[in-house]
Design a protein around this ligand. Sequence first.
Ligand code: CTP
Ligand code: MG
Length: 230
Amino acid sequence: MMASIWAVVPAAGRGTRFGGGIPKQYLDVAGRPLLAHTLEALLSHAAVAGVVVAVGEGDEWWPGWSEFAGKPVLTCTGGDSRAASVLAALETLPESVRADDFVLVHDAARPNLAQADLDRLLESGRADPVGAILAAPVRDTLKRAGDDGGIDGTEPRERLWRALTPQLFRRLQLTRALQVAAAAGIEVTDEAMALERQGLRPLLVEGREDNFKITTPADLARFEFELARR
Ligand code: CTP
Ligand code: MG
């Protein structure tokens, strides 16, 4: 039996690349907000005990859940970057989550997380001293662009991975790493980056390519297609 683990979900973004009046995490997908699909993917896992969701300041769309799939949902106000929102959520975790307990961080905008991926992340990550992230190898050929839009060259893609979420780290170590990065004025775009800056080496756990982040309307159409196929 795996010890239970808390998750934090940054959901305080405004979805500027998606466009439209309502932040993408609240768009209706199959009769529920997109965020409901994300929370269900996380909370339906037996090892996940509860979640802290960081919502935007003055968020008028938050459905007011205090429980989801029979598990507790806490909220906090996010910040003006993803990292600031994650930090706020970490600070809102209940005291029962100890300093060296592992915590999952998962994007609100990534609803298509498979249980098997979460299983493997938890298993490999908890066996690693630092933690782990889901990631996918880069498949496309990479070009470096010149100022004029011409190609300056082709970059080797061997050993390059795309960082996905969830990411699994220890509560205090992650909190400290995010605080240090923030104090240095460095915008980290995922949790692993904050730990890497401290010389730590989280593990890459290969995840499914279809754990994509909804960034544009085309991504939403893809998720609707995946849902209909389930
Ligand atoms: N996020 C957050 N707080 C922020 C910015 C982002 O909690 N200040 C969250 C988003 O809600 C999302 C996740 O971080 O779940 C990944 O961010 P992204 O896909 O970039 O979402 P947005 O920032 O909302 O989109 P955009 O960058 O297009 O504005
Ligand atoms: Mg963003």
